[in-house]
Write a protein of this length. Sequence first.
Length: 179
Amino acid sequence: MFNKLSYKQKSYLLLAGLLLFLVVGYQFSFSYTLELNSQIKEKEQKLIWLKEKEKELPVLQAKMNEFEKAYSKTDSSSVRDKLTACISDFADKNNCLVTEIPHNSSFKNSHLKVQTNTFTIKGNFNHLLTLLYMLENDYKYLAKIMSARFFKIRDPQTKKENLYLTVISQSFEQKTNQK
């Protein structure tokens, strides 16, 4: 049968057989190899990502410890008392004056208790700004600063302008359903 074919026909037949062999070879072995290679690359990328996240783990644990410490139920003093103590200590150390006794207002519903505290402090700009920075960073899990307002009032007796800072903070407590 092959003896009757010309060289040109034999070449075409050989080329068609080669193409058929390549297609069958790809289907049975090469496709699996390429698929496994892409899976290996994908898993290597995930492994690199996990190693990067593993380096961040101590920072996240430190944040969690800080968060748990701020929200632990073992401390019986209220948010208002903690903030008042912090602001009073700062005012004593930095020649500032707490001019208003903190006003406290609360809102309660069946799931949430919101406590809002308002403080007014008199002092120079740098000290008041330092106090505001300290409240935002050191007490960020205890109470959130919702508003900060600087204003000045002229004292008629001394004829000087005094700078004041009014800080409004809110703390949120989720109520647990106890039956």
